[in-house]
Design a protein around this ligand. Structure first.
Ligand code: HEC
Ligand code: HEC
Length: 302
């Protein structure tokens, strides 16, 4: 009977070489067919990620950065912008050495802290849950991919078409100056803001931390002197709010204290006048009402 097994060393070597060759050829064939498959898969993933990003952009970013990323005068800078995408533009001016994608990702994730007397009346909010925002990390990544997807259209703009608004802290070079951005009327801006707020109602707890009420007020009595707080303690607010001002119910009094803090100043705090005066603009009616109920509820959850 013919035997496959042979004792001849030459034949063994030949067998070895042959089987290695077959192995290599099979491997090459797999690689050749796998590459386009993987590429197609990656493009597919990227596409879905950008699509998700587009939806979230429409829901959360349009009111400040405009429907096509052109920015809105006085609300948010343009992102679909030559100056923003070009190497010698925005990144060089802010001195960022990383990639634009990382810059976008970080800005969306953490937001930008408000600057006193900033040119922007509202700050760039924080979006990633890691930094106290409302989104998951993968959603922020999708948003960044969506913004980065403007690269091609942005780089095709002439300097005159570029909608980027100059930042006051970083002077945008003359060749990029352009004031022909889209401009919403005041009513349109107010309506957009209203709509945005209606969709983003914050809980009293979120306002308490987000608007830094805690920096001046304590919710529990035992904390009274812990941080040297400079506003009244709220452990017993429900007991005294109704008797602070004659003719005002507890709800009316707390409501007014938030929207119009100077209407009545608590004794011994007269010299302070520190309570911020703009909560009526920063909080929606629904948010203020819920906040009042929460502050007056002795069993409130923190
Ligand atoms: C309430 C208005 C507002 C909303 C909503 C908003 N932004 Fe912003 N955004 C700003 C402002 C204002 C700045 C500039 C902040 C600064 O540097 O002082 C900014 C800056 C940015 C920047 C950096 C621009 C630069 O040149 O440095 C990116 C990127 C950005 N926003 C993306 C987004 C995305 C994505 C969303 C939606 C998830 C969003 N923003 C929602 C107001 C807003
Ligand atoms: C920078 C400090 C500061 C911050 C921040 C602050 N407050 Fe005040 N608040 C004060 C001071 C000081 C008073 C007392 C003087 C007065 O009546 O205006 C006060 C008074 C009040 C009163 C009336 C209390 C009483 O005993 O009669 C209420 C209610 C109130 N604040 C709610 C809030 C809420 C809600 C927030 C956050 C949305 C907030 N405050 C943020 C400083 C602050």
């Amino acid at each position: 009977m013919h035997r496959l097994y042979t004792r001849s060393p030459i034949a063994k070597i030949m067998w070895g070489i042959l089987s290695s060759l077959v192995g290599i050829i099979v491997l090459l064939m797999v690689l050749v067919s796998e590459n386009p498959r993987m590429e197609a898969q990656t493009i597919n993933w990227e596409g879905r990620s950008i699509e998700n990003g587009a939806k979230m952009y429409a829901d959360n970013c349009v009111i400040c950065h405009g429907p096509d990323g052109q920015g809105i005068l006085g609300r948010g800078p343009g992102l679909n912008s030559y100056y923003f995408f070009t190497d010698t533009g925005r990144l060089r001016d802010v001195g960022w050495v990383g990639s634009l994608e990382d810059y976008v990702l970080l800005t969306i994730s953490a937001g930008r802290p408000s600057k006193v007397e900033s040119q922007w009346p509202e700050v760039m909010p924080t979006w990633d849950g890691k930094f106290g925002g409302p989104m998951r990390g993968d959603q922020v990544v999708d948003l960044a991919k969506f913004v980065m997807n403007w690269e091609e259209s942005a780089l095709a703009q002439t300097p005159e078409e570029d909608p980027f608004q100059p930042f006051e802290d970083v002077i945008k070079p003359m060749e990029f100056q352009n004031t022909a951005h889209i401009l919403l009327s005041e009513e349109e801006q107010a309506a957009a803001l209203e709509e945005y707020r209606a969709r983003n109602i914050r809980s009293p707890q979120e306002i308490w931390t987000g608007e830094a009420c805690f920096a001046c007020h304590n919710l529990e009595e035992r904390q009274v002197d812990l941080y040297g707080q400079n506003g009244p303690n709220f452990a017993d607010l429900y007991e005294r709010a109704g008797i602070r001002v004659e003719g005002m119910t507890a709800e009316e009094y707390v409501y007014e204290s938030i929207v119009n803090p100077t209407a009545y100043t608590v004794e011994t705090y007269e010299q302070a006048g520190q309570m911020p005066q703009n909560f009526a603009e920063k909080l929606s009616e629904d948010e203020i009402r819920a906040l009042v109920d929460w502050l007056l509820n002795p069993d409130r959850e923190q």
